[in-house]
Design a protein around this ligand. Sequence first.
Ligand SMILES: [Zn+2]
Length: 133
Amino acid sequence: MCRSCASKHETQLSSDRDKWPIGKIENGCFYKICNLLDLAYLSNEPLMNALGCFDQTTAAGIEKKYEREGGLGIAKEVLGKWGSSNQENNVGALKKILEDTMKRVDVVIEIEKWESLSVCHGCGITIKLSKPQ
Ligand SMILES: [Zn+2]
């Protein structure tokens, strides 16, 4: 863990990153994932349909909100909401939806890059390997 989490005695997250909440994905990686998902035409199934926790009114509202940006920003908002709505909506669940429903292997590859990244198991920030712990 990073120094700040160690001093705060932060609860350590699982060594299995599939069990991590979406909110703990390192920011830079999360942005990449969202940017890819905003390329909705690559998806076999629209993101909000695939995640399945948005009713039509909410989905239409979110789409309208990002209409002027050509839909950019939708994935960030939607994944944030989905991830915090239910504890089971974790990284592993997202990967499964991406693979099975949306057929977005490109996004799964980004998640797997993050999984091999050395991050703090408390707050999720990247830990620089050059600094010995
Ligand atoms: Zn930390």
